[in-house]
Design a protein. Sequence first.
Length: 139
Amino acid sequence: MLDILSAILMLSGAFVMFLAGLGILRMPDLFIRISASTKGATLGAALLLLAVGIRFHSLDLLVKVIAIILFIAATSPISAHMIGRIAFIIGAPLWRCSIIDEFQEHHGPASGRAAPRAELYPDCATAGAGKRRDSNRKP
């Protein structure tokens, strides 16, 4: 029974990592790629490690696996945030359909670039970019 659960977790982890790889290839800019890869890799690695911990029936190994999963879950979002922040500061381009630039709104233009203007591109409305609703934002 545990072997079947381990196999399901391994396949699930591999599938989630595959989706993260597709996200890196398909997403339009660096910041969305970072988000897709971080979430997918974190969940995929956690599922694979959990499968290994279950497969070998060792309490010591399972404790180590859980510690590694917690470490990955704590450090991956922080490192992705720092990479994204540095990329923004050095001027990595935003997707042209981005409708909001919160970093620039709160901290000023870090790289001197203009905020993206999705209304200039009619195809951005079909991509879902023009449908964001935010009740805290002033019109």
